[in-house]
Write a protein that binds this ligand. Structure first.
Ligand code: FAD
Length: 497
């Protein structure tokens, strides 16, 4: 065991890097997400070379040069105070541009594993995000182990590796409240069940409302929460300041407060699900891209990938914001649209912020992670639909202005890195689940907008049971793709951003 420190900011040792190499793909991005190296103050400037050298010397399979490349650049180039960004200006009428590119080309042929892929499997899951991986794990609990998960990049390449880690039961419909409560239960015991620390912290969610319309919305949903066992309280602005004394409450009319909501660190969930599913026989194929389907007699017969074809009985499309483009390859139209959401993280501070705070009117949200960073983002009504993972100065400016209005002390805090991820947006903000009318062995598990991480444990528990037992479950009858053609929408309006 080498205790020599490789990443001094995040306390990552050489033996932890070597341990990560035994757990999964040996590319820099995957190792970063497994160990957290390079995510601290220096943003990898001091440790990246040492990790690349370790990979080259000790990885079970010699990595390709591309796998040793510096990870995706994360602006700003150096830690910059939020007050600096708050004093910049932006044109609110303009749509945000592309920004600094924020993703590797994960489909580069040199990143593709050379080992052959299975030619036949009972169930193929497309997408190795939280949905695909937690479904694979839950299928094994139902006795289904002939399962392959296909992921075009590294684990955490999609929205699941790019989100804010907020977990809340404060929803506007009974179904989402029930699912979120179950997910919170499962996430609370995830570390014990799956053997990996997920930095679960139950500090609550404080929703701030600035307009009469939003006040009415939080009051209505609080009544529903209470009927479903969620102890949400409506507070005056003064009472909300008792929850977080540092908040100015500027413009705030009322707040909704549930102390049982939580935040987590997303990355270890994916590794936990993947590792445990693999132990039970699931194959998780990273850097493997789905390129098409072979269809026959109203069914998907084969999934075509850049590493070969897989014959299968059932296909689950769990590719988040990429789902619509993949469905198109099978001739199926999904109404999902990708929308970029930007987010950033600051230098770590001593713990001071209990809850995740969100201003529902503007889409601002921020929380303090267990590592002390303030992690937050804000939706942009001008963001056009499209797959864009770039990062913009416009976002930092808008976010810093909104954040420092509510939390002035944050002005002195430095932003360490920013990134973005795709929301997978459906016309009614609710997911698409279950069968495809024309291709009944193509199942859907997508459309989770900005809340899929917290829904995944509970939804996939039910989906695995529904798939394995054939027992009916209203989730897979109500949230079907056919509801759009039937004009039967399932609207959810407690959406941030
Ligand atoms: C900025 C931001 C903040 C968010 N905050 C929260 C939050 O606080 N709480 C919360 O619950 N949710 C949050 N979300 C939403 C949440 O992250 C998503 O709903 C969830 O991660 C979706 O998981 P998924 O598995 O469906 O999709 P993803 O994680 O996107 O996984 C889909 C995977 O499919 C892969 N793929 C794509 N095309 C192919 C192909 N052709 N072949 C093979 N694989 C392919 C992609 O590489 C990707 O890894 C946030 C999202 C963003 C962007």
């Amino acid at each position: 065991m080498s205790k020599s420190l490789v990443c001094a900011c995040e306390d990552v040792t050489a033996s932890e890097i070597e341990h990560a190499m035994t757990k999964g793909p040996c590319d820099i991005e995957s190792i970063k997400r497994f160990t957290g190296f390079g995510t601290g103050m220096c943003q990898g400037k001091q440790c990246l070379n040492a990790v690349a050298r370790l990979l080259e010397a000790k990885a079970p399979q010699k990595p390709a040069p591309e796998q040793l490349l510096a990870f995706t650049p994360r602006p700003p180039l150096f830690p910059t105070e939020l007050s600096y960004w708050a004093s910049a200006s932006f044109d609110p009428a303009l749509a945000p541009g592309g920004g600094v590119p924020g993703a590797l080309d994960v489909t580069a042929p040199t990143l593709r594993p050379t080992a052959p892929i299975k030619s036949k499997a009972k169930i193929v899951i497309i997408g190795g995000g939280i949905m695909g991986l937690s479904l694979a794990w839950n299928l094994t609990l139902q006795g289904e182990t002939d399962v392959v998960v296909l992921e075009q990049g590294y684990l955490c390449a999609g929205a699941s590796g790019r989100n804010g880690g907020g977990i809340r039961a404060q929803w506007g419909t009974p179904t989402l409240i029930t699912l979120a409560r179950r997910s919170i239960e499962l996430m609370q015991r995830f570390a014990r069940d799956m053997g990996i620390n997920v930095w679960f912290r139950q500090g609550g969610y404080l929703f701030l409302a600035k307009s009469d319309d939003v006040v009415r919305r939080i009051e209505k949903s609080a009544r529903l929460h209470n009927q479903h066992g969620v102890p949400t309280e409506i507070l005056t602005a003064d009472a909300a300041r008792d929850v977080v004394p540092e908040l100015t409450m500027k413009g705030v009319k009322a707040a909704a407060w549930n102390p049982k909501d939580a935040v987590i660190f997303p990355w270890p969930f994916l590794w936990g699900y993947a590792t445990q599913a693999q132990k039970r026989g699931v194959q998780v194929e990273t850097f493997t891209r789905v390129q098409g389907f072979e269809l026959s007699q109203g069914k998907v017969k084969k999934v075509i990938t850049d590493r070969g074809d897989i014959e299968c009985d059932t296909v689950v499309l769990a590719a988040g914001a990429w789902s619509a483009e993949i469905a198109k390859l099978a001739g199926v139209h999904l109404p999902n649209e990708p929308h970029r959401h930007e987010i950033c993280s600051t230098e770590p501070l001593k713990p001071f912020l209990g809850p995740l705070v969100s201003v529902l009117d503007s889409g601002l949200y921020f929380s303090q992670s267990m590592r002390g960073e303030i992690v937050g983002g804000m939706g942009d009504p001008r963001e056009p639909a499209g797959m864009n993972l770039g990062s913009t100065a416009r976002f930092l400016t808008r976010y810093a202005q909104a954040l420092t209005e509510q939390l002035p002390q944050a002005g002195a805090v430095k932003v360490l890195r920013q990134w973005s991820g795709p929301y997978d947006v459906t016309p009614d903000n609710s997911p698409i689940l279950g069968k495809t009318p024309q291709l009944e062995n193509l199942l859907h598990l997508s459309g989770f907008v900005g809340h899929g991480f917290m829904m995944a444990p509970a939804v996939t528990e039910r989906m695995a049971k529904w798939m394995a037992t054939g027992e009916s479950d209203e989730l897979f009858e109500r949230f079907t793709l056919s509801r759009f053609a039937e004009g039967r929408l399932e609207r959810e309006d407690m959406i941030i951003g």
